[in-house]
Design a protein around this ligand. Structure first.
Ligand code: PEP
Ligand code: MG
Length: 756
């Protein structure tokens, strides 16, 4: 049975679309189990009807025609009860309903199994037998297993509207699709589909006669792509809140990186043509990034892919699609994979929204869209891309939802929200130079999180009063080996200088867990519970000391550096790391350099340390709560696992109690405490953090204006009362409800939903 199951699942996975997948299932199951009929009914999202979508055995004309409203018939009963039903004579059952189209009256034996995904019944898989027959347990469990395996695939197709497409392939009715929020905001505009790019993986090998000429051709293409990237930066120029080109610096850096270019040249020297050599190197790089667990780094695979496509286009001398396309005034850019560079090619004035089938909140595209203030929805899986061009699309970047051909009522509502939204954004701009101060006079400096893509310029322009978390992993990741002291020092100095005299909190290397270095692979069964952050750097003092020396040297004459230690789980770890920092400092003094000793802080992100918070706070110069990891470790929910994503919630009462315990402990020891996880940029959580008495907040620079508005709209006294109230709630839903109401009442509802 297991073999049959595997082979059916494999065949389904290889299917081109849902229609083909369903027809494979019904015919394979019918054949393997030797039954007379196998059919699949799926629930139509809009009408809730159960629609016959595929059948081997019933009249083919009935497919798409048989619709069961209100859980009618035996199939409806199975869906309603979410339980299988095994009958030897279906016709005698009171719920039996006869459909003339199917010729069902001939069948007696009936087995209906619900197809359930995330607790929701998506449809029913049905077996029927001409004679009276009750299916044995083996068959029942087999069909239950098949249904469970297929539920995920069907759920995706359902979201994409693929099911509607099956019923009426030519038309595209109203579609409401769900993805993930990429950039906040609402947009209404006309879909422009960008697709059909060169597929790097499909490039064949070809021998070249003259490798030297081929090398020249390739280097010419590299040059042309560099020019292209620079042109994009220029095109963006005024549109970005700043002249920041950091996003594309990473592209240029890759084009200059020996780890990318040299193997391609070697491949050409070995006799392959440039596209073939490019394919080998690009796919190897893409694989390395893809296998990283950190979602941010996984997304970097798409950057490599995008660059490779551009190189390929140059090699093939095909004009770029982007340049041929004309863009309407309110363009909603739609594609299987909208890359940051595609986005940059569109005249910024025309771009209203972005929808991408691939990607997530941490994609470059999403980061760039946020910087540009363009609403974006990412990860709209199975969006029927080929059929949406030219249609009117509504993008709700808050809810991560899009509507295609929305009915007039929805459109009217979104128009109103759009107008309010514009008024809200205009209002927020006025806050840039105002302090983040509560109504009763408490100042909470707002800092920016930077580092992964050195988004220094947007941070500076956001009104950030410094950097609360500079993640040093990125410079380590884009290299082929550990960077040396000098190159690190130069980089850190740029950051310190850019923000001087404001403080910059640099976190020491936090790799391991979900962040791997290509040249320092760590293979573990449970990486999040393994060799990570401070555990690695304490085991490798040579790496740690090099980084610390580089940071201390970068801080010479500036003095705005603060050091932050990640993943502190024990007091000894903090003491050991601090001792190494003191040693590095002493050595630099011995070498004749005059350098201040910066404040040394600890991240609070491992639950164990919460129970020793007083001792830690007494030893550290400051604390910074890493709510991303703290939430993951407290709730035992992998922060990157989509299966348990719904359980990952920083507003869980236990997380809030933990955060409060840390802040209280820090206060007792008079140690400043900040939050640098995503929580700090969430308007609801920020309100609670104000009430808990946090000293500062650090967040993505795009969140700063919004959070400033929250802080300026509440008194700490009121926020404290809210903390007291919500900490009594049983679950995050009640807490959200309460906080949502408080924001609405203060006129800030527009921060957490569409509208003003
Ligand atoms: C955190 O864990 O909240 C944090 C800020 O660090 P990172 O997201 O880099 O793990
Ligand atoms: Mg962390």
């Amino acid at each position: 049975m297991l073999d049959i199951l595997r082979s059916i699942v494999q065949a389904v996975n290889d299917a081109r679309n849902l229609e083909q997948a369903l027809s494979i299932i019904v015919s394979r199951v019918k054949g393997e189990l030797k039954v007379d009929v196998c059919s699949i009914y799926l629930r139509n999202q809009e009408t809730s009807d159960l629609v016959l979508m595929a059948s081997d055995g019933l009249d083919p004309g009935s497919i798409g025609a048989v619709r069961l409203a209100n859980n009618q018939g035996l199939v409806g009963l199975v869906a309603q009860r979410a339980e299988h039903l095994n009958l030897d004579n279906a016709i005698e059952h009171p719920s039996f309903r006869y459909f003339a189209e199917t010729g069902e009256e001939r069948y007696h034996g009936f087995l209906g199994v619900p197809i359930i995904h995330h607790r929701q019944v998506l449809g029913v898989l049905v077996l029927q037998q001409r004679r009276r027959h009750r299916y044995n347990e083996d068959i029942v469990t087999f069909v239950v297993t098949i249904a469970a395996q297929l539920a995920g695939a069907i759920a995706h197709a359902e979201l994409s509207g693929d099911i509607d497409a099956l019923a009426s392939p030519e038309t595209l009715d109203v579609l409401a699709l769900k993805g993930v929020p990429g950039a906040p905001g609402v947009a209404i505009g006309q879909a422009v589909v960008l697709q059909g790019q060169a597929d790097i993986e499909k490039v064949p090998d070809r021998k070249v006669e003259d490798p030297a000429a081929e090398k020249r051709r390739f280097l010419q293409a590299v040059k042309a792509v560099k020019l292209e990237v620079r042109a994009m930066v220029e095109n963006m120029g005024d549109a970005l809140p700043t002249a920041d080109s950091a996003l594309f610096d990473a592209y240029l850096m890759m084009l200059e990186s020996q780890s990318l270019i040299q193997p391609i040249l070697d491949g050409i020297a070995a006799g392959n043509w440039a596209p073939g050599a490019l394919r080998d190197t690009a796919t190897a790089h893409i694989r390395v990034f893809r296998e990283m667990e950190d979602p941010y780094l996984r997304e970097r695979a798409e950057d490599v892919r995008d660059l490779s496509r551009r190189l390929l286009q140059q090699l093939e001398q095909k004009p770029e699609q982007g340049k041929r396309t004309r863009y309407p005034r309110h363009t909603i850019l739609i594609g299987e994979e909208i890359t940051a560079s595609m986005l940059a090619e569109i005249p910024p004035k025309s771009l209203a929204g972005v929808v991408s089938m691939r990607g997530s909140t941490t994609s470059h595209t999403a980061i760039l869209a946020r910087a540009l203030g363009i609403p974006a929805v990412m990860g709209v899986a199975d969006l029927p891309v080929s059929r949406v061009g030219g249609r009117e699309v509504i993008v709700d970047g808050y809810a991560g939802r899009i509507y295609i051909n929305a009915p007039a009522t929805i459109k009217r509502e979104y128009r109103r929200l759009l107008k309010e939204e514009q008024e809200l954004i205009e209002g927020l701009q006025g806050l840039r130079d105002l302090p983040a101060e509560s109504e009763d006079g408490f100042r909470i400096p707002l800092y920016a999180n930077t580092g992964l893509l050195s988004d220094i310029a947007p941070s500076l322009h956001s009104g950030a009063e410094g950097v609360g978390l500079y993640r040093t992993e990125f410079p380590f990741m884009i290299r082929e080996r550990f960077p040396g002291e000098n190159s690190q020092s130069e980089l850190y100095r740029q950051v310190l200088q850019a923000f001087h005299p404001h403080p910059v909190t640099m976190r020491t290397l936090d790799v391991g867990g979900d962040k791997a270095l290509p040249y320092f692979p760590i293979v573990e069964d449970n990486p999040f519970l393994g060799w990570r952050g401070i555990r690695i750097t304490l085991d490798h003092p040579e790496i740690f000391l090099t980084q610390i020396r580089a940071m201390l040297r970068a801080n010479a004459e500036l003095g705005n550096l603060q050091l932050l230690l990640p993943m502190i789980a024990t007091l000894d770890e903090f003491a050991d790391a601090r001792a190494l920092i003191l040693r590095a400092h002493a050595e630099l003094l011995e070498e004749g350099l005059e350098l201040p000793l910066p404040p040394i802080g600890a991240m609070v992100e491992v639950p164990s340390i919460i129970y020793q918070i007083d001792q830690l706070a007494a030893r550290a110069d400051f604390l910074s709560i890493g709510s991303n990891d703290l939430t993951q470790y407290l709730l035992a929910v992998d922060r990157n696992n989509p299966r348990v994503a719904a359980l990952y919630d920083s507003l869980h009462p236990s997380v809030l109690l933990a955060v409060k315990a840390v802040i209280d402990g820090a206060k007792r020891q008079k140690t400043p405490v900040s939050i640098c996880g995503e929580m700090a940029g969430d308007p609801m959580a920020a309100l609670l953090l104000l009430g808990m008495g946090v000293d500062s907040l650090s967040m993505a620079s795009s969140s700063i204006a919004r959070i400033k508005w929250v802080i300026r709209s509440f008194s700490r006294r009121r926020a404290r009362a809210l903390v007291k109230k919500v900490l009594q709630a049983d679950n995050p839903q009640l807490i959200r409800h309460e906080l949502g109401r408080a924001l609405e009442r203060a006129g800030l509802g527009g921060l957490v939903r569409a509208g003003k």
